[in-house]
Design a protein around this ligand. Structure first.
Ligand code: CIZ
Ligand code: SF4
Length: 321
């Protein structure tokens, strides 16, 4: 509508004036993803967002996603200004893994290699040997296991259990979960699958094990998008944040994408297939970040902590290259 068109136009000229670029996650609002594409920014998973932000020549990054994504961008390029539509956008995995407690857990297992998911604070990353995203976690743990290393994994227990099962690695796990993926229900998925027997089931491994067990493809957001293009099925049932439908539908407009069910037996869920923190990103907030910047929007990471956290992040980017 007209109001959105106004925001889009203003944001476009502000991006140019400030030599800024918009870096958006697949789970953000379709308006934001479309604007990132139109303006030469990127729409991606957290790994590709990190790489894009690091390599882009812009002075300023507007990171539309959740806090750890903005922090990662700042750690990788401390010389850039990193703004977010809102600094309130956190993640249940980050919230559920306070650095002091996680560090104490690591101290209890000094012989283990510490592998943490990107969905963590700078302080947790600084305590880790490796940072991973869901698109390369399995390969990295497989690689470490082959070298005889024992793993301490955090914070997502479902992703950790999935990797443990796939690789046979020796893992101890922090017990975190994603409020969005944790809500997918196997029983209701079975019922939906009965209605659409030809549908392929795509599942993000932050989902519970009994949902992952029903998947035709288990993978990160970018891997699930690829599967939606390469599989011949006309219909897909997708167990991840529904923000991903924008990209899937764009790539294969003739296919049908259905949300995996989040609440069996009429129970209510906290976050039905959409992350409440991703949902805080909007066009107005982006315009505000570009206009006002400063306290409300700028990401700061303690420089020493940033230098420590950069080590496992660089390892991640090099391993994934
Ligand atoms: O659930 C998330 O926050 C994901 C999938 C992040 C990512 O790796 O893109
Ligand atoms: Fe965190 Fe889950 Fe939201 Fe991703 S979808 S940012 S893992 S709460």
């Amino acid at each position: 509508d007209a109001e959105k068109a106004d925001y889009r136009a203003r944001i476009k000229s502000l991006l140019v004036e400030q030599n800024a670029v918009l870096v958006a996650h697949y789970y953000t609002d379709p308006d934001i993803q479309a604007l990132a594409e139109e303006t030469g920014g990127c729409v991606a998973d957290s790994l590709e967002m990190a790489r894009f932000g690091r390599d882009h020549q812009a002075d300023k990054l507007i990171v539309a996603g959740v806090r750890f994504m903005g922090e990662t961008a700042k750690i990788l390029t401390p010389e850039k200004t990193v703004l977010m539509p809102t600094l309130e956008a956190t993640c249940s995995l980050d919230l559920g893994c306070p650095a002091d407690q996680f560090s104490a857990f690591c101290d209890q297992h000094p012989e283990r290699t510490v592998v943490v998911y990107a969905n963590t604070s700078a302080a947790v990353k600084a305590r880790a040997d490796w940072v991973v995203t869901s698109s390369m976690a399995l390969e990295l743990v497989d690689h470490l296991d082959a070298q005889g290393e024992k793993i301490l994994w955090g914070p997502d227990r479902h992703l950790g259990s999935y990797i443990e099962k796939q690789t046979g690695a020796d893992m101890v796990m922090w017990q975190g979960a994603c409020v969005v993926h944790d809500e997918f229900k196997a029983k209701a998925l079975l019922d939906l699958k009965a209605v659409y027997p030809d549908a392929a089931v795509l599942v993000h491994p932050e989902s519970p094990a009994n949902v992952v067990d029903m998947a035709d493809v288990v993978g990160s957001t970018s891997q699930l998008i690829k599967a939606s293009q390469t599989l011949d099925n006309e219909t897909f049932i997708v167990a991840t944040d529904r923000g991903i439908f924008y990209k899937m539908q764009q790539l294969t407009p003739h296919k049908r994408f259905l949300e995996a069910p989040t609440a069996g037996n009429g129970a209510t869920c906290r976050s039905c297939a959409h992350c409440p923190w991703m949902a805080m990103n909007g066009l107005q907030a982006i315009e505000n970040a570009l206009t006002n910047g400063g306290e409300q929007h700028e990401i700061h990471v303690d420089p020493e902590l940033g230098r420590q956290a950069m080590i496992p992040l660089d390892r991640m980017l090099a391993f994934a290259a």
